[in-house]
Design a protein around this ligand. Structure first.
Ligand code: ADP
Length: 511
């Protein structure tokens, strides 16, 4: 049944945008209506493959099957027909690489996931000549196992015959967005091989200045241009779906964290969001000029709408935020559910002098210390489990402050307020603590599914379902706000203690 017009609704406002959020552990399809309201949701997990220590793989064929199943499931919840879906937007796990046969559509082995560290030797060898930052001028990124190009190189080197097939254009490479768009638009039967600027900005192969592949980077990594997707805007029509939702236009692709920034409507320079899940991802829109980082952040593309100039972003990733709460639950048994951490932390008025630096696998932004390891310091016989719980929550807040300080220093902009989303934002004590240590308001929107919302917004813009970013801004509604209440002296002394604690984690692993 086609959707019926409600009172006062205009015909051009009828229908839904379908967002596909292809994440690391699961895939979701969410339908949004013209008011930006979530009307249907379907979700499914996929298998994680760990063939060797440090290796993490996904079956791209399984992921595609899930997408093909979830979109109709979400549509069925509101009796939508293909004609009711005005556009499809994709948000995806970033930096994961898949290669597939152009003629059969069959993936070449498993996709190599962003967490996979098999390229460590390759990365070290490339960094030996010129250092970790030798390509930062072109691509904005340091040489680490995190990004896509080393994975592509690894596949080309290790899979027999793959290089020859890639050079001939018989095998295609891409991140998950490319894989999904190619399959939706016909697969072996004329599928479109594209990626967007945000996903391309995580490969190390794109020049941030030209938004096209850098000949130098292709040469350094030894990757043939013929097997790579064309780089397009984040919000533009890439093609029409030939399957799943035949006739629907595919209007957007964005890396998941950039999608969240878009869904939070951070369209102006200085606007920032932090997603608090297992880890934390803080991105700040820095405008149309590239802002280089000299304080340990990544320079990346925030989005590009149609032919408009791109917006760039600075990004600070924190490895451990919500996973510390899981660790207290699963490894120490201090709590039995994640929300209990708040109850436990509220049994004491402060941290009792205790600090907890969760450098479980080193520290990410802004330190990038792989040899650091976690510690709890300031212990006295006064300290209780309540203080440990509080210190664990404060760890997320202080790590946020470290990234924000680096952003302010790099961008010359002062963070006016922080928009937040993700599972940890249901913790009021934590959100208050973040506001306190940043000395800035923290705000949470009504629609917490910001990744999907961002993909939907970008796709809806591409097809004219929404006219412009101003219209999207008007759809952002605040659900909660936390204002700083901490006195400046307490903030300053806590910050000093935290920095001291962090210093002590450095150099723990001796090579
Ligand atoms: P992801 O998308 O990374 O899987 P989610 O956004 O679903 O993460 O958030 C889940 C994380 O948030 C878990 O690590 C969990 O420990 C943490 N978490 C969930 N609820 C709370 C809470 N009330 N207080 C603190 N941490 C929480």
């Amino acid at each position: 049944m086609a959707t019926e017009l409600q009172d006062g609704e205009r015909p051009e406002h009828r229908g839904y945008v379908a967002a596909v959020d292809q994440g690391t552990t699961s895939t979701r399809c969410i339908l949004f209506d013209h008011s930006g309201r979530l009307v249907a949701i379907a979700q499914r997990e996929h298998r994680q493959h760990y063939p060797r220590p440090g290796w993490v793989e996904h079956d791209a064929a399984e992921i595609w099957r899930n997408v093909a199943r979830l979109v109709p499931q979400a549509m069925a919840q509101v009796d939508a027909e293909p004609g009711d879906v005005v556009a499809i937007g994709i948000a995806n796990q970033r930096e994961t690489v898949v290669a597939w046969d152009r003629h059969t559509g069959v993936p070449v082995g498993h996709a190599v996931v962003w967490q996979d560290t098999r390229t460590a030797d390759l990365v070290d060898a490339l960094a030996a000549d010129g250092g970790t930052h030798r390509f930062a001028e072109a691509c904005g990124l340091p040489l680490t196992t995190y990004f896509a190009a080393p994975r592509m190189r690894w596949l080309l080197d290790e899979v027999p015959g793959l290089r020859r097939r890639a050079e001939a254009g018989d095998v295609l490479f891409g991140t998950i967005d490319s894989w999904l768009v190619w399959n939706l638009t016909g697969g072996p039967d004329g599928g479109t091989h594209v990626t967007d600027v945000t996903n391309a900005s995580r490969t190390m192969l794109m020049d941030l200045r030209t938004l096209d592949y850098s000949p130098q980077m292709l040469e350094e990594f030894g990757i043939p241009r013929a097997c790579l997707p064309e780089i397009r805007s984040s919000s533009e029509v890439y093609g029409t779906a030939r399957t799943v939702v035949p006739g629907a236009r595919i209007g957007a692709a964005l890396g998941d964290q950039q999608a969240a920034l878009f869904g939070q409507t951070c369209f102006s320079p200085g606007e920032a969001k932090c997603t608090y899940g297992t880890g934390g991802f803080l991105l700040m829109n820095t405008g149309t000029e590239i802002t280089r980082s000299s304080h340990g952040l990544l320079t990346t593309v925030a989005h590009r709408i149609g032919d408009e100039p791109p917006a760039y972003a600075l990004e600070g990733s924190i490895a451990v935020t919500g996973s510390l709460v899981q660790w207290l639950r699963d490894n120490l048994g201090l709590i039995s559910t994640a929300p209990e951490i708040e109850t436990l932390a509220r049994t004491v008025p402060d941290n009792g002098g205790c600090y907890f630096v969760p450098a479980f696998s080193g520290l990410f932004a802004p330190h990038w210390r792989s040899e650091a390891r976690g510690l709890i310091v300031g212990l006295t016989s006064f300290v209780t489990k309540g203080h440990i719980a509080r210190a664990a929550l404060e760890a997320t807040a202080w790590q946020t402050r470290e990234v924000v300080e680096a952003m302010d220093a790099d961008s010359g902009l002062r963070l006016a307020s922080l928009r937040v989303d993700g599972g940890m934002t249901s913790n009021n004590l934590l959100m208050q603590t973040v506001a306190d240590v940043l000395d800035a308001p923290v705000v949470r929107p009504m629609v917490s599914e910001t990744v999907s919302l961002g993909a939907a917004y970008a796709a809806g813009l591409a097809v004219g379902f929404w006219p412009d970013t101003q219209a999207l801004r008007r759809r952002w509604h605040r659900a909660a706000q936390w204002d700083p209440t901490m006195d400046p002296a307490t903030r300053a002394s806590g910050w000093k203690d935290w920095q001291q604690a962090v210093q002590r984690t450095f150099g723990w692993i001796r090579h």
